[in-house]
Design a protein around this ligand. Sequence first.
Ligand SMILES: NC(=O)C1=CN([C@@H]2O[C@H](COP(=O)(O)OP(=O)(O)OC[C@H]3O[C@@H](n4cnc5c(N)ncnc54)[C@H](OP(=O)(O)O)[C@@H]3O)[C@@H](O)[C@H]2O)C=CC1
Ligand SMILES: O=C(O)CCC(=O)C(=O)O
Ligand SMILES: [Mg+2]
Length: 418
Amino acid sequence: MAYQKIQVPAEGTKITINSDGSLNVPNNPIIPFIEGDGIGVDVTPPMLDVLNAAVEKAYGGERKLVWMEVYAGEKAVKVYGDDTWLPEETLEALKDFKVGIKGPLTTPVGGGIRSLNVAIRQKLDLFVCQRPVLWFTGVPSPVKNPQDVDMVIFRENSEDIYAGIEWKAGSPEAKKVIKFFTEEMGVTNIRFEDMCGIGVKPVSEEGTKRLVRQALQYTVDNNRDSLTLVHKGNIMKFTEGAFKDWGYEIARDEFGAELLDGGPWMQFKNPKTGKNVIVKDVIADAMLQQILLRPAEYDVIATLNLNGDYLSDALAAEVGGIGIAPGANLSDTVGVFEATHGTAPKYAGQDKVNPGSLILSGEMMLRHLGWTEAADMILKGTSAAIGEKKVTYDFHRLMDGAELVSASQFGKEIIARM
Ligand SMILES: NC(=O)C1=CN([C@@H]2O[C@H](COP(=O)(O)OP(=O)(O)OC[C@H]3O[C@@H](n4cnc5c(N)ncnc54)[C@H](OP(=O)(O)O)[C@@H]3O)[C@@H](O)[C@H]2O)C=CC1
Ligand SMILES: O=C(O)CCC(=O)C(=O)O
Ligand SMILES: [Mg+2]
């Protein structure tokens, strides 16, 4: 496709998909990136620098990432004109080039445009939001044993109330939906019908199973101990409760799991290592307590969209906060990597915030490409920079004897230690 504003670099090559579904990664892949709103200008440049340096150090001149800027959010409006927040060609490029990375994008609260972040996930059907939570030695943490926090969240990314099916209180649409519920569906407990916003929470068997399948496969491939289904199925029986039931079903039908002590927990042998894998479930509110009090008992987590959003920030706090919380949005063919945090507008443009989340999202991206040597170097450099207490404001305010560095300097400290 010929792009209107996106400049495709001449020297790069496109990543393609092999017939077995794996990525065919050339030595000079073109990687689309979105700078992001707010602190996007602060975290994206150090991320690009660190990834370039890691690839150079790992492979000499043999491999190179060829960056291609694509636009979304405020920058898209500047480049394309009024009200073009998410140009069609940005979505096309992410789909076409298969692997990309993005900074955070602003979503107004209570009105205005719907989330561009969510739109990218939904339009590209990036149904997995994978967010690993791991403590780096020396990072300040509010829990006593942060080394026990080692979890990977698989958040369903395409359904639940994030589908954005809702109507404003008092609108003719809300009134029509409420009328349908009360007159045709026997609903008697909408308390204040006249001025009542109303939303819909779709959760499907297929949507649940494709997410839990990926989480179980990750558990097997990475020889992890357990998978926990997190849900609020006691209250929302046919959405969150069904998520739990479908999750156990796929463990049974596709991974050979059997009931443990009469159930509902299950177990199966990892076919690759022989290790016993436990499949369990926890109700979401209890889980927020469990991750604080007994983090060692949790490993891979599969959950619905909203629970996953809450859990991501809560768990990130245990290992230093959302300044160091990476993630990936994945479909079977496309990956768009992004940090867990948002645009933190009060810090925008100050070269102050922690670029660690986006840098570690880049680390995940390199691993996704199979460029593990470069990915390992980023982990090494990040761990060493923190270990030597060269940290941004978020860690500095909680660490004794640390040296405060800017966002860009933190990137340089990582590069110096790779
Ligand atoms: N995927 C995405 O693009 C996301 C976008 N958003 C959007 O971002 C906007 C702002 O959301 P908000 O709720 O304020 O959440 P943010 O994640 O943007 O910021 C909340 C707080 O987290 C801390 N923080 C965030 N990023 C960093 C960082 N890189 N380094 C250090 N600390 C950090 C800061 O804490 P402190 O004040 O303690 O220093 C900040 O005030 C909204 O429009 C929201 O919709 C939100 C989440 C994800
Ligand atoms: O899209 C947004 O504005 C918020 C998204 C979010 O909080 C998340 O994905 O963790
Ligand atoms: Mg969030």
